[in-house]
Ligand binder design. Structure first.
Ligand SMILES: Cc1cc2nc3c(=O)[nH]c(=O)nc-3n(C[C@H](O)[C@H](O)[C@H](O)COP(=O)(O)O)c2cc1C
Length: 120
């Protein structure tokens, strides 16, 4: 197939975006992840695809737990920050007014559509 058509199709393919929360060894963190999908009802299984170079990957590899916060339309800015920067450079959760964290491990904010506490 024509390469430019394939590239265009990839660009316009849409899915939802989740905010993946995790902690240690890179500290509390959040990243944006589009490649997140439910793959089984019983048991409930969710697959997420995270690049091994991401701080989130190292956090989850160590703790084997993380949060999936399905983002809402109101969280466009949060998604841009979570997906545009790495915890290896900045502490994204400390950026003023970007994330409305609530005092529950890996749960982000009431703006999220739904929150899943996950373990591997
Ligand atoms: C809308 C959006 C969706 C993304 N989806 C994924 C994804 O599914 N998997 C992934 O590894 N990176 C994805 N990224 C890129 C990561 O969010 C990005 O590399 C981030 O800086 C990683 O943060 P961390 O190093 O703090 O973990 C996405 C970025 C954006 C903006």
């Amino acid at each position: 197939m024509n390469r430019s058509i394939v590239e265009k199709a990839q660009k316009y393919f849409t899915t939802g975006v989740s905010l993946i929360t995790s902690s240690s060894p890179h500290g509390q963190n959040v990243m944006a992840a589009e490649w997140t999908m439910q793959i089984s009802y019983k048991p409930m299984l969710i697959a997420i695809f995270i690049h091994e170079g991401n701080a989130t990957f190292k956090n989850i590899k160590q703790t084997r737990e993380f949060g999936i916060n399905v983002s809402s339309e109101e969280q466009t800015m949060a998604v841009n920050i979570a997906g545009g920067h790495s915890r290896k450079e900045i502490d994204k959760l400390k950026i003023k007014d970007a994330f409305d964290t609530i005092p529950s491990k890996n749960k982000l904010s009431h703006d999220c559509r739904v929150y899943y506490k996950c373990r591997m």
